[in-house]
Design a protein around this ligand. Structure first.
Ligand SMILES: Cc1cc2nc3c(=O)[nH]c(=O)nc-3n(C[C@H](O)[C@H](O)[C@H](O)COP(=O)(O)O)c2cc1C
Length: 301
């Protein structure tokens, strides 16, 4: 099966995208993850100044998934450029940056500085659940303002990362497309929490954090279907609970053009190898010559 896909203005050699925050700076994971098997790898989100992140504990199992409350610990854009800009050039696939900030000028500043490096696209992280206050992605107008500022700050292609907690999520997708994004990333973690009944302590120091992994796939699937139905022309990078080729096919049938792998990397950093092999097998078994033939091709009852 031909795995090449188009995501907005980008041509990618495969629909698999390494999701932000699950492969570190990308550079740090070059020994454990085979980035040749990805259409792109997204670096952890970067803010205007260094952020320490939240206090431990900030990661833990919950239900069928995982909770994290990292709080986007990162060195800030200036140190990020010093640390990684040169090494990114050696990664054997596209590396995208991810920008985050507490305010709109901060997003624009990071995007502008990041554009001076060899990243080939920028994700606008509107949806981190681990910062104080409401994520931008819950508000269509605010999301559009952030995107407009980033659009002015860079000529690189940009994607907006949405939240599965936004209602209706299609309103946010429409607003950010109008503001100039080239695709939407659907989605970040869902907000969740858990308490250990023995210790009476929350799993996360911050109580509420981001829920990810297998358990969220049906929630994210619903988001992809809603956006694809409202805006069939909007390019979608689906991300949530992917750990097999069947999950990739499922998201593409729902309308995605590319598919992110996140939490699955924590247990299996080399998971893209088996997913790629199984995608080819799926193509043979189902007579699919080009993976793009799957996009939006689910059969309604
Ligand atoms: C430990 C951890 C850190 C993450 N950090 C970021 C981040 O810095 N920026 C971002 O946009 N998303 C971040 N995410 C969200 C993932 O990129 C992804 O959208 C989400 O986990 C859903 O996909 P999954 O179920 O495959 O993990 C993080 C997720 C995890 C588990």
């Amino acid at each position: 099966m031909n795995l090449t896909v188009e995501l907005g203005p980008l041509s990618l050699k495969t629909p698999l995208i390494a999701a932000s925050g699950t492969v570190g700076s990308v550079v740090d994971f070059s020994d454990s993850v085979d980035f040749r098997l990805y259409g792109a790898a997204v670096a952890k989100s970067v803010s205007p100044e260094p952020w320490d992140g939240r206090q431990p504990p900030r990661i833990g199992p919950a239900g069928g998934g995982m909770l994290n409350g990292i709080g986007i610990q990162n060195p800030g854009i200036d140190a990020w450029i010093d640390l990684y800009a040169d090494a990114i050039e050696k990664v054997p696939t596209h590396v995208w940056g991810s920008v985050v900030a507490h305010d709109i000028p901060g997003f624009a500043l990071v995007a502008s500085k990041m554009s001076q490096t060899v990243v080939t696209a920028i994700e606008v992280n509107l949806s981190c659940p681990n910062l104080d206050g409401q994520p931008f992605a819950l508000d269509p107008a605010l999301s559009a303002e952030v995107v407009s500022a980033v659009r002015e700050a860079t000529s690189l292609p940009i994607g907006a990362k949405l939240s599965p907690d936004a209602r209706p999520i299609a309103d946010v997708a429409g607003a950010v497309m109008d503001a100039g994004v080239d695709w939407v990333v659907v989605a970040n973690t869902a907000m969740g929490a858990a308490i250990d009944p023995d210790t009476r302590r929350p799993v996360l120091s911050g109580l509420v954090g981001g829920y990810s992994g297998e358990a969220i796939r049906p929630l994210t699937m619903r988001c992809v279907l809603e956006i694809a139905s409202a805006f069939p022309e909007v390019p979608i990078l689906a991300c949530g609970g992917v750990s097999s080729a069947a999950h990739v096919a499922e998201y593409m049938l729902a309308g995605a053009s590319a598919v992110g792998i996140g939490t699955a990397h924590l247990a299996k950093p080399r998971i893209a190898a088996s997913i790629t092999k199984d995608l080819h097998r799926y193509g043979r078994n189902h007579s699919v010559a080009h993976i793009t033939d799957l996009t939006g091709a689910f059969e309604p009852w």
